[in-house]
Design a protein around this ligand. Structure first.
Ligand SMILES: Nc1ncnc2c1ncn2[C@@H]1O[C@H](COP(=O)(O)OP(=O)(O)OP(=O)(O)O)[C@@H](O)[C@H]1O
Ligand SMILES: [Mg+2]
Length: 264
């Protein structure tokens, strides 16, 4: 269900020095990162670091003031969101943003809004159900009556319905129990392997994100302050201090960067 481009090794997505503002507030101060085809890349960072703003710039919700966003060799900054969806860039926003009063089925069909071929769409629905069987059993249910975990599954399922080559995920773990985070992250891993879905994952749950990702970036106050292979990042002293700061094992799984005021 995913575009399988022949291009390998080059970046599927790249941001070059992007700067972005909310009125006078500079939220991104020159952010550069690369996501290669087939990779899972994570962007970590505390509250207000600029992670959501970064994804909004990539998906066309915001237009960067400066810098470039490349999809393979094409400059895509400033493109309409619809056009970017057609290019295979799917954004699963922070807080899920499903249509609360519509059914599961209607939400999924809206994910395929850029597409015309009905039989292809039905095939893709079956693919979504193979990863999220719960959605099939809840097709007629109003989306706002789903549990938080089910809503996240619906948001990802809806994102898959546009046949993306890359999915931008904004804090899918937010508000979910550790078991559900595990379940959803293992589905993301399967989608990456089996559907060749490239993933750019924004997270505060550093442990879950680094366990899943191949490569990671750390953002602080609108800048990338650290990047590396996930294994190296997990071993880095800064990262360990940041999320292994608690003494008791039991606290570690609970600890969220949102609770911390500063990033060290
Ligand atoms: N609509 C807005 N208007 C003005 N400032 C904003 C707006 N949205 C975000 N900001 C500011 O931009 C900065 C980056 O915010 P952003 O939402 O990108 O952070 P984040 O890393 O996603 O944080 P979180 O982990 O809490 O979701 C913050 O200082 C925030 O206050
Ligand atoms: Mg955010």
């Amino acid at each position: 269900m995913v575009h399988k481009s022949e291009i390998s090794n080059s970046s599927l997505l790249e941001t070059k020095n992007i700067e972005s503002y909310y009125g006078p507030i500079m939220a991104l101060k020159g952010v550069s990162l690369k996501v290669k085809q087939g990779q899972i890349v994570t962007v970590l960072g505390a509250n207000g670091a600029g992670k959501t703003t970064l994804l909004k710039n990539i998906s066309g919700v915001m237009v960067p003031e400066k810098g470039n966003i490349l999809h393979y060799k094409d400059n895509i900054q400033g493109f309409d969101t619809d056009k970017l969806v057609q290019k295979g860039i799917s954004h699963v926003p922070e807080g899920r943003e499903i249509f609360p009063l519509l059914s599961v089925e209607q939400n999924l069909n809206l994910g395929a809004f850029t597409r015309k071929n009905g039989s292809d769409i039905r095939k893709d629905l079956d693919v979504v159900f193979s990863y999220f069987p719960i959605l099939k059993s809840r097709l007629a249910q109003q989306a706002n009556t789903l549990s938080g975990g089910e809503q996240q599954m619906l948001a990802i399922g809806r994102g898959l319905m546009s046949r993306p080559s890359i999915m931008l995920l904004d804090e899918p773990s937010l508000g979910l129990s550790p078991i559900l985070v595990k379940e959803i992250f293992s589905i993301l891993r399967k989608l990456n392997k089996e559907q060749k879905l490239t993933i750019l994952l924004v997270e505060q749950n550093a442990k879950a994100a680094l366990d899943l990702a191949d490569y990671g970036y750390v953002m602080e106050l609108g800048r990338i302050v650290l990047d590396g292979n996930s294994t190296d990042l997990k071993n880095s002293k800064d990262i360990q201090e940041f999320y292994l700061g608690a003494k008791e094992e039991s606290q570690l799984t609970q600890r969220r960067w949102k609770n911390r005021k500063t990033w060290r």
